[in-house]
Design a protein around this ligand. Sequence first.
Ligand code: ADP
Length: 357
Amino acid sequence: MSTLTVDHLGKRYGAACALDDVSMVFPAGRITAVLGPSGSGKSTLLMAIAGLVRPDAGLVRLDGTDITGLPADRRGFGLVQQSYALFPHLDVLANAAFGLRCRGVARPERERRSRIALDRLGITHLAARGIRQLSGGEQQRVAIARAIAYDPPILLLDEPLAALDAQLRSGLRAELRRLVTDLGVTTVLVTHDQSEAMELGDQLAILRHGRLVQLGAPSAVYARPADAFVGRFLGAANLIPGTGVNGHAVDTALGRLLVANPPPIGACWAMLRPEDLQVATAADGGFQAQCEQRLHLGDRLRLQVGVAGLRLTVDLPNDYRIEPGESLRLEPKPGRTIAMPRLPDEESPDDQRTTAP
Ligand code: ADP
């Protein structure tokens, strides 16, 4: 198992800064999901690791060895591109064997190893099929088989599920996770889909404008986003403007909210996920809110409530009885309110509201 490291990686395309001083470790045998909006530098990072983009600054290391100048074919990393880039004139077995063929592996050994890869992906029965006779999900498996057939030290997956329809995508997530975990290969997965990144990643790297804004376990990044951008990007977030006081509270229009982390001095946000609010346990506890909208989501109720000029999103148990127009008392669950910096450019009216994905 190999550890991959990038140190102070930078890449510009004219005025566009695709990567800005990105440093991080991709732990051996684990999946790192690189997540960010379109144009945040995800593909450039992946291509710099693959050796297909030459960074302007910084280093790529494999097990400590500097490989920044090494051409892609000598890195031998497995790459699965969004389009799969399969060869339509070759059958499935020949596609899976392609990387081995490029490496000069003799035919019998090539076939043996490709068949093992097809077997791992559960597609041995498709070996003689043409690529055009495959479904999207089957093509995806062939692309992965091709990438793993030569036991690469690093597996690079560029939006590997994006070309599939939603239902197939969610089914394949668990399968992909199981496969990569079984292989024990160090994997970099690029995606713009937050639920895919949360489900597949052992660690999550969030990029914005070419910068790494947060790195951590998915649950930790979700519960303690570094800033409002990350908070919103990973799910519904109630961002309540306020001012940090006493090192452990934020004064807001809802009153003084105790926060789980030391608040920044001055202007800040208090962030609460919809599930971090509950019906007040004491009759006069918490704050009074007006139910504006009620959605039954099956496993829970999602309410939009108005309070002190703010609009909050709240998830309650699905047996809670309330209708739009009625009021209720709400309070934050203990220890779940997070303080984060509020920058001058986040002061627009749009940012004062709750966001839901
Ligand atoms: P993402 O994969 O997150 O969508 P990219 O890595 O593709 O982001 O792009 C990051 C930035 O670099 C964007 O502003 C994009 O327009 C720019 N960029 C990427 N590739 C090129 C290129 N070959 N030429 C010029 N600009 C590029």
